[in-house]
Every structure is written in structure tokens, then in C-alpha cells.
Design a protein around this ligand. Structure first.
Ligand SMILES: C[S@@+](CC[C@H](N)C(=O)[O-])C[C@H]1O[C@@H](n2cnc3c(N)ncnc32)[C@H](O)[C@@H]1O
Length: 304
């Protein structure tokens, strides 16, 4: 089982442990992965604190269960966030961490189908037991839908040509076949320098419904925070970060009051304050872990 180097580890853990929520603390790691952040939190948590960890990936959950066997402060929930929320308390959570995107073990294992650099089955599901694989979707979807996904989630300027090529090359069952379909769509001058990153990212985001999951879970998790509780989110591309930034801005702005209601600004406080507007990895971390290059951390604290 290959490892995952946690990104912005010290910063995320410090921000969560400094939350002023009352003891004993209940913390939530919504993206367990291989537990880099979770283990660092556990080292600093008190014996009576609790940590709930969530992941939709069965391999991540196997690793989480091993951890829970040796630490009775840990509770493991398997599933997509929005499907397991009912198992969480409806209030009083001291800290929530979401370290978004895919983990290194997901990317490195050819059998998971996330990588265009190694050939494998074209799957890309974070939970291979649920939903449609990338291959199932790509073999059934219309050209326009494929083009829209590659354009919106991959920000790929050749989206239309690539979608047409995918349709012409169907059926696709291997990551190598998808990569070949992408490369054959490009104008000769771009073939050498273009890799299939943007298309793979787009298909992955679509297959896992990643952006909708983030958008719907942020307010639900925020509502469960204790006063003084914090939410720390690490995102890896602008589409994720845009959602986080917008939600954090809404929570930290005074509520909008209809013009007809005479309210003074100080009587309508914001629900939260921004603890960290935006932090990126330092050069040293990027040199040691290139994955951290695109990471951006934001942190929000619920007001009393
Ligand atoms: C970047 S990794 C987290 C790595 C982890 N912080 C560590 O240090 O090992 C993101 C993890 O979140 C999981 N994940 C992503 N979106 C999810 C969702 N909507 N529901 C549940 N788990 C999700 C993925 O399966 C993946 O294992």
C-alpha cells in the first residue's frame, strides 16, 4: 500500500487544535485518506477527545479501521459525506478538516484508473462500489455532455475536439485508451507538450460528483460546529477553491437585511470569522512534496 504525504500538515493541525470550543473536543476528519492529518491530530488530542473520520474509499477505510483498532478515540464512517451526516452529532463539533481531491494511493494504483501515465481499467471512482465508472459514463454519454464536462471541470480549450475523438474511439475500457483518444484530437503543434491531465481531472470530478458534494456539505458541516469551532479546508484546484472561498465569504459577512428593515450594522453580526484567508505551501514543502504546489488552505471559525 503506497503512502500519502499530508499537505500543509502543521498549519491545518495547529488551526484545528487552537479552536476555542469546549472540552472534550469532537473533531472530524472528512477526508481520511491514509490518515496523515488524523494521526497528527490524535497526537495532540486529549484522552477524552474524540475523532470521527470519513472517507468514501474502501481502501482508505481499511486503513482507518486499523487505526481505530488501536485508538478508541477514533470512529470510522464509510461513505460520501452527505450520506453519512446523520451519524454525526447535529451540533458541538470543535473542528472539521476537509483535505480535498484524490490521495496518492488512489493516483498511484493503476487498477484505480485515475492516472493517464500508467495503463489500467478506466474506473476513477473514489468508491468503486458505488456509482458509474469513468468507462461506463464515457461509453454512454453524448458528445456534448462529454465536451461540457471537459471544458468546465478541466478548463481544457480543446474540449470539443477531445469529446469528438472520445466518441469516435468508443468503447473505451482502459486509461491508455482514453489518453490515446485525447492525444489524437490535438493539433500537431500541441501533441508533444500536451498531456491528458485536464481531461482526466475533468472526468474524475464528474464521475465522483466532487463539486456538488463540496457545495452541499459545507453548510451542513458548518451548522454542526460549536461556537468557536473551526473548519479548515485544503483545496487543490481553482474550481474547488472557488466554492470554499464563496461559502467562507458568505458566512463571514454580516447577514443581508432587507432595506425596509431599519437595522444598524452592529446588530447583525456575521456567523463566522475568517481565521486564515488563504495559505499556500512554502517552497521547502513544495520541493519535498510537489503535490502541495497547488494546495490552498482556508480556515473559518464559527462565532459564539
Ligand atoms: C487528499 S486525500 C486526504 C489525505 C489525508 N488528509 C491524509 O493525510 O492521508 C482525500 C480523501 O478524501 C476522500 N474523499 C474525497 N471526497 C470525498 C467525499 N465527498 N466523501 C468522502 N470522502 C471523500 C478521498 O477518497 C480521499 O481518500
Amino acid at each position: 500500500m503506497s503512502g500519502h504525504v499530508p499537505v500543509l500538515l502543521q498549519e491545518a493541525v495547529r488551526l484545528l487544535m487552537e479552536a476555542s470550543a469546549p472540552a472534550p473536543r469532537l473533531l472530524l476528519d472528512g477526508t481520511f485518506g491514509r490518515g496523515g492529518h488524523a494521526r497528527a491530530l490524535l497526537k495532540l488530542m486529549a484522552a477524552e477527545d474524540r475523532l470521527v473520520v470519513i472517507d468514501r474509499d474502501p481502501q482508505a477505510i481499511a486503513a482507518a479501521r486499523l487505526l481505530a483498532e488501536n485508538d478508541d478515540r477514533v470512529t470510522v464512517l464509510h461513505g460520501e459525506w452527505n450520506d453519512v451526516l446523520d451519524s454525526l452529532p447535529s451540533e458541538g463539533i470543535a473542528g472539521v478538516l476537509l483535505d480535498l481531491g484524490v490521495s496518492s494511493p488512489q493516483l498511484d494504483d493503476a487498477q484505480r484508473g485515475f492516472s493517464f501515465s500508467v495503463d489500467g481499467p478506466l474506473d476513477m471512482r473514489m468508491n468503486p462500489q458505488a456509482g458509474r465508472s469513468a468507462s461506463e459514463w464515457l461509453n454512454e454519454a453524448g458528445e456534448q455532455e462529454i465536451s461540457r464536462v471537459i471544458w468546465e471541470y478541466g478548463e481544457e480549450r480543446f474540449a470539443r475536439r477531445i469529446a469528438r475523438s472520445i466518441v469516435e474511439c468508443r468503447p473505451l475500457h482502459r486509461t491508455g485508451e482514453l489518453r490515446a483518444a485525447v492525444l489524437r484530437a490535438l493539433p500537431a503543434r500541441d501533441k508533444g507538450k500536451h498531456d491528458a491531465t485536464r481531461t482526466f481531472q475533468a472526468v474524475r470530478i464528474h464521475v465522483n460528483n466532487e463539486l456538488a458534494a463540496i457545495e452541499s456539505v459545507l453548510p451542513k458541516l458548518f451548522a454542526r460546529l460549536a461556537p468557536g469551532g473551526r473548519m479548515v479546508v485544503i483545496s487543490f484546484h481553482s474550481l474547488e477553491d472557488r466554492l470554499v472561498k464563496r461559502f467562507f465569504r458568505e458566512c463571514s459577512s454580516p447577514p443581508r437585511v432587507p432595506r425596509s428593515v431599519p437595522v444598524r450594522a452592529e446588530s447583525a453580526p456575521a456567523a463566522a470569522r475568517l481565521v486564515v484567508r488563504s495559505v499556500t505551501a512554502e517552497a521547502q514543502e513544495i520541493a519535498a512534496n510537489p503535490r502541495s504546489r497547488s494546495a490552498r488552505l482556508r480556515a473559518l471559525e464559527r462565532c459564539a
